[in-house]
Design a protein around this ligand. Structure first.
Ligand SMILES: Nc1ncnc2c1ncn2[C@@H]1O[C@H](COP(=O)(O)OP(=O)(O)OP(=O)(O)O)[C@@H](O)[C@H]1O
Ligand SMILES: [Mg+2]
Length: 652
C-alpha cells in the first residue's frame, strides 16, 4: 500500500482546501515535510490516521466524549460554520493490477453539535457502497489498525516507548498481531456479544433491565479504566520529562560545584576527623621514640657488637688466660734451660713464646663489651618489632595526609551559597515533584487494579444474568456448537502457538539486533538481544559475555532500542505500509542523528514521510538524505489567513 494524496479541508490549522501529492519514485522512498513548531506537522500525521481509522485511530482516546470532542476541535476555528474533511488516497498492487482507493471523511458543526460524520470510499474513482458501509472492518485488509503504532509515530513519543514496560507491551502486541492471535480473541468476543444479543431479544423485561443496568455499569467502568490508563500514560510521560529536567538541573549543579556545597558539612567533619587522626598517629610516634626505637639508627653497630660478644672473650677472661699461658710458657723455658736442649731447639721455643706475646698484644686491641649477649639479643628483637609498628604508623600517616589534601582541595572549591542556591532549589523542586508523581502513579495503578477487579466482578454478574435466560433449544445448540468449535480452534492454535511464538521471538531478537546495530554509535558493543518469552522483557548481551537489562542503557540508547523494536516489528509484519514519522530526530544527539538519517530513514519502508522541524533534517543530515528524497514540502503559517499552507520546497 502506498499513499498517493492527502487532501484536507478546514482541518485543524489548515483552513480552506489543501492537497499534497505523496507519490514516490522507486529507490527514493522519502517525502520530506518541513514545518516549524506549531505549523501543523502533528496535524498532518493525525489527518492520515484519522482518514484511515476514524474513531479507532490510536491517538483518539477511547473515552465516551473523546471522539466527538476531537471532531469539534479539529474543525478549523476560522471556518466553524462550514464542513471539514480529510481524504486520503492510496494504491494497492495485486499481481500487476494497481487499484486506487480514496477514503473521504466529512463532518460539520451545527448549532454547536457535531453533524454525524460520514465516510465514503471510492475505488478507482467510483464510490464503492460496500467499502463505505463496512470500512471500519474492511480497512483492516488494507492497513491493520493493530499495526498503526509501528508505522505512524512521533519521534518525541519514542521516549515513552523506551520505558521497559512499554517496550515489552509493544513487543507483546506486535507479536500477537504477527501471529494473528488477536483475531481469535476478537472472534470469541464477537460470539459472546452475539449470544447475549439473541438471548436478550427473547428475554423478559425484568431480565433486560437487570442486564441493561449491569451493561451500563460495565461501560462506565470501561470508560473509567480508559481514562485512568490515559492518566497513567500521561503521568509516565510527565515523569520522563521531570527525570530529564532533574538530570539537567543536577548536571548544572555539579558543574557549579553544588555537590561539594551540599556535602560541605560532611567535608568539614571529615577534615576535622583526619586532623585528629594525624595528631593521634604523631603522638603514637613520639611514644615510640621514647623507647629503644631510636637505637634503630645504630642497627649496624649493634649487630657488630653482638657478633663481637659472640666471637671474643671478655678482657678479664683474656687477661687470666694470657697470664696463665705466659707463666706456663716461662716455666717451660726455665725447665728447658736446665735440660740438655740444643740451642736451635731453645731458639724455636723462644720464638713460639714471643709470637704468643705478639698475638696476645693484638687481641687486646678489641673493645671490651660490657653487655650480656642475652640483653643485646633482646634489644635487637624489640627494635625490630617497634620498627615495624613505627613503619605502619608512618604509612597510615601518609595515607591520611593524602586524604586530607584531597578534602582540603574540595573544601577550597566549595562555591559560595549564592552561586548555587538557585540550582539547589531547582533540583529539590524537581525531586519533590518526582516523588509526588511517583506516589500519584502508584495510587493510579492501585485504582486501575481495583477497577479491573470491579470489571471482572461485573462481567461475572452479566454472565450469570445471561446464563439464567433460557433460550430456544435450537439457539442453545447453535451456540454450544459454535463455542465448541471455537474452543477446539483455540486448543489447536495453542498447540502451535508456542512453537510459532518462539520462532517469531527468535526472529525478532535477530532483526532487532540488526536494526539496533545500524543505529548505534558503539559498534561491536552488542552481541545479541534476548527477549523473555514470559514477559517480553529485553536483555542486552554485550560483547565479552556481560548481560544487562534494557533499563540499564542510557536514555538515548533506550530510544534507539525502541525504534529498533518498531523497525524490526514493521519488517517482520511483512506488510508494505507507509511509514510516517513526526519530529523524527526528537532528542537524539548529533552522532545518533547521523545513523538515523543514513541507516534508518532510507530503509524504514517503501514510503517514508518525515515531518521535520528546522532543527532536525537540515545541513549535512539533509544532504545525506537528499538522494532518497522524492518530494519536499514546506508548511508555513500565514498570519493574515490564520492558516498553514503546504508548498513545494524545504527550509532554505
Ligand atoms: N481547530 C483549529 N483551528 C485552528 N488552529 C488549530 C486548530 N486546532 C489546533 N490548531 C493549532 O494548530 C497548531 C498545532 O499544530 P501541530 O500540533 O500540528 O503543530 P506541530 O507542527 O506538530 O508543532 P510541534 O513542532 O510543536 O509539535 C496549534 O498552534 C494549534 O493552536
Ligand atoms: Mg507536533
Amino acid at each position: 500500500m502506498i499513499l498517493t494524496k492527502l487532501a484536507l479541508h478546514n482541518f485543524g490549522i489548515y483552513g480552506g482546501k489543501h492537497e499534497i501529492d505523496l507519490t514516490v519514485q522507486k529507490d527514493k522512498p522519502i517525502i520530506l515535510v518541513g514545518a516549524l513548531n506549531g505549523s501543523g506537522k502533528t496535524t498532518l500525521l493525525e489527518s492520515i490516521q484519522f482518514a484511515l481509522f476514524g474513531k479507532n485511530a490510536k491517538f483518539i482516546p477511547k473515552t465516551k466524549t473523546a471522539y466527538l470532542d476531537f471532531l469539534k476541535d479539529s474543525i478549523n476555528r476560522k471556518n466553524l460554520d462550514t464542513s471539514a474533511s480529510v481524504a486520503v488516497t492510496f494504491e494497492t498492487k495485486k499481481g500487476s493490477r494497481i487499484s486506487s482507493y480514496e477514503v473521504v471523511r466529512t463532518w460539520s458543526l451545527n448549532s454547536k453539535k457535531i453533524q454525524l460524520d460520514t465516510v465514503q470510499v471510492f475505488k478507482d474513482g467510483e464510490l464503492d457502497e460496500e467499502l463505505s458501509d463496512r470500512w471500519p472492518e474492511l480497512s483492516e485488509n488494507f492497513f491493520p489498525s493493530q499495526l498503526s503504532d509501528l508505522f505512524f509515530f512521533d519521534g518525541e513519543r519514542i521516549e515513552t516507548l523506551a520505558q521497559q514496560d512499554r517496550c515489552s507491551e509493544l513487543i507483546r502486541t506486535g507479536l500477537n498481531s504477527l501471529l494473528g492471535l488477536d483475531l481469535v480473541s476478537d472472534l470469541s468476543r464477537t460470539l459472546v456479544t452475539l449470544e447475549r444479543k439473541i438471548k436478550l431479544d427473547n428475554s423478559g423485561r425484568n431480565e433486560k433491565e437487570i442486564y441493561d443496568q449491569l451493561k451500563k455499569k460495565s461501560d462506565e467502568l470501561q470508560i473509567k479504566r480508559q481514562e485512568l490508563s490515559k492518566e497513567i500514560e500521561e503521568s509516565y510521560s510527565e515523569r520522563e520529562l521531570l527525570q530529564a529536567n532533574l538530570e539537567v538541573a543536577n548536571d548544572s549543579l555539579i558543574r557549579e560545584g553544588g555537590d561539594l556545597f551540599k556535602n560541605r558539612d560532611d567535608l568539614k567533619a571529615k577534615q576535622d576527623f583526619l586532623n585528629r587522626e594525624i595528631s593521634r598517629i604523631r603522638n603514637e610516634l613520639v611514644d615510640l621514640a621514647s623507647t629503644v626505637l631510636p637505637l634503630t639508627l645504630l642497627e649496624e653497630n649493634i649487630k657488630t657488637i653482638e657478633e663481637l660478644s659472640l666471637s671474643s672473650l671478655s678482657s678479664t677472661q683474656r687477661e687470666a688466660v694470657s697470664d696463665a699461658i705466659y707463666n706456663f710458657s716461662l716455666c717451660v723455658l726455665k725447665e728447658v734451660k736446665q735440660r740438655e736442649f740444643t740451642d736451635v731447639q731453645i731458639k724455636v721455643l723462644q720464638n713460639i713464646h714471643s709470637s704468643y706475646l705478639e698475638i696476645s698484644k693484638n687481641e687486646s686491641k678489641n673493645p671490651e663489651i660490657h653487655c650480656s649477649r642475652e640483653s643485646l639479643y633482646k634489644y635487637r628483637t624489640a627494635i625490630n618489632s617497634l620498627q615495624s609498628s613505627g613503619m605502619t604508623s608512618l604509612v597510615e600517616l601518609t595515607n591520611i595526609k593524602n586524604q586530607l589534601e584531597l578534602i582540603e582541595k574540595q573544601i577550597s572549591a566549595i562555591p559560595a551559597e549564592g552561586k548555587v542556591a538557585n540550582f539547589i532549589e531547582q533540583v529539590s523542586t524537581f525531586e519533590s515533584k518526582l516523588n509526588q508523581l511517583n506516589i500519584r502513579i502508584e495510587a493510579l495503578a492501585l485504582n486501575s487494579n481495583n477497577i479491573d477487579k470491579e470489571i471482572a466482578a461485573n462481567e461475572l454478574k452479566i454472565e450469570e444474568t445471561i446464563n439464567a435466560i433460557s433460550s430456544s433449544n435450537a439457539e442453545e445448540l447453535l451456540f454450544k456448537n459454535m463455542k465448541e468449535q471455537l474452543s477446539r480452534g483455540k486448543q489447536t492454535l495453542a498447540t502451535f502457538e508456542e512453537k510459532i511464538r518462539n520462532k517469531h521471538v527468535s526472529n525478532l531478537e535477530k532483526v532487532i539486533k540488526e536494526c539496533f546495530d545500524s543505529l548505534l554509535r558503539k559498534k561491536g558493543f552488542l552481541q545479541s538481544i534476548s527477549i523473555s518469552k514470559r514477559d517480553y522483557q529485553m536483555t542486552i548481551n554485550i560483547v565479552g559475555g556481560e548481560t544487562v537489562p534494557s533499563s540499564k542503557l542510557s536514555a538515548g540508547e533506550r530510544q534507539l532500542l525502541a525504534v529498533a523494536v518498531l523497525w524490526a516489528l514493521a519488517k517482520l509484519s511483512g506488510r508494505q505500509l507507509p511509514t510516517v514519522i513526526d519530529t523524527p530526530l526528537g532528542r537524539l544527539d548529533s552522532k545518533h542523528r547521523k545513523f538515523f538519517v543514513e541507516n534508518y530513514f532510507p530503509q524504514a519502508g517503501h514510503q517514508v514521510i518525515l515531518l521535520s522541524t528546522d532543527e532536525e533534517i537540515v545541513g549535512n543530515y539533509y544532504k545525506s538524505l537528499k538522494n532518497s528524497v522524492s518530494k519536499e514540502y514546506i508548511v508555513e503559517y500565514n498570519e493574515d489567513e490564520q492558516s498553514s499552507f503546504v508548498s513545494s520546497g524545504y527550509f532554505n
